[in-house]
Design a protein around this ligand. Sequence first.
Ligand SMILES: Nc1nc2c(ncn2[C@@H]2O[C@H](COP(=O)(O)OP(=O)(O)O)[C@@H](O)[C@H]2O)c(=O)[nH]1
Ligand SMILES: [Mg+2]
Ligand SMILES: [Zn+2]
Length: 328
Amino acid sequence: MEPSPKDVSKKGTHQGPKGLVLRSTGSWYEVLELSTGTVISCRIQGKLRLRGERSTNPIAVGDYVLIQKQDEEKTGSITERLERRNSMVRKSVNLSKETHVVAANLDRAFLIATVVQPATSTGFMDRFLVTAHAYQVPVTIVFNKVDVCAEGTPERAQLEYLEAVYELAGIPTLRTSATTGEGLDSLTQQLAASGVNLLSGHSGVGKSTLINALLPGTDLRTGEVSDAHQKGKHTTTFAEMFPLATGGFIIDTPGIKGFGLVHLERDHLHHYFPEIFRKLDGCKFHNCLHRNEPHCAVKKAVEEGEIAEERYVNYIELYETFESNSYR
Ligand SMILES: Nc1nc2c(ncn2[C@@H]2O[C@H](COP(=O)(O)OP(=O)(O)O)[C@@H](O)[C@H]2O)c(=O)[nH]1
Ligand SMILES: [Mg+2]
Ligand SMILES: [Zn+2]
């Protein structure tokens, strides 16, 4: 039997060099060898799949790994995954009980949202925010395509409404247009300040276009927003990590349709709505779920406009559909 990588290290024989996973295409992984800056194409050792995790991908973009290079070649194998600081996980699309690790070791997630073409719902945004909060990844919401939200239009009114909702929730927001360049300087600054950044959001909101605009020389495929439902077609299939000139990285992800909640308990949902959770002390019952309980400080705050009704409604909706959500 082959010794495990841990056994190898105990015996003091060579442990492979350390790398950072930039990209995966299912069976091959592009790994940045940290000591040399070269990219090695790796397969993963079979036993890494046998960790008993219910994950469709034992190795994700953003993982730090140990690799073993095939002599002098730009190929090798991943022998071990190093401990993750955090990760964003969602339900695997096809296999409902399995999870998919979107990316690991994140400093911040940028949720790209659009008012139109396509319209991003606050329900989707709040599911994303709950997930990110649960995995301790801070989020900035980027409203892209603000060029189609001209002053005086209903689109502009909706944009301002959404900004107000998330300002009350304490989530930072930013306006960008990949088309006109508006807001790209502040996005660049914030990306540079954060380290490893995930760009996420529905297909068609402009993630790949933004990355092309931010990283000269990058030419990601971008898609026209397709059918009458205004859902973008799939052009990015795998998550991919790009180095920033300023240091740090951005990770482009395939458009995410839904963000099923995993590893969360229904009665803890309100912990992940920070402005709701903050009010719990004022509720009559210490285990108040802010639904029909009397003397609920959250409902009072909603009535008084201190908590956005939109967020409260989404909390209740998430609570009530929790079982189906968690397996979506
Ligand atoms: N009007 C407008 N269109 C944009 C903007 N950013 C991206 N698009 C368009 O939206 C479509 C989808 O963009 P893409 O980058 O492929 O979206 P992704 O699926 O999130 O990667 C493309 O046709 C882009 O040209 C923007 O700021 N304004
Ligand atoms: Mg894309
Ligand atoms: Zn309450």
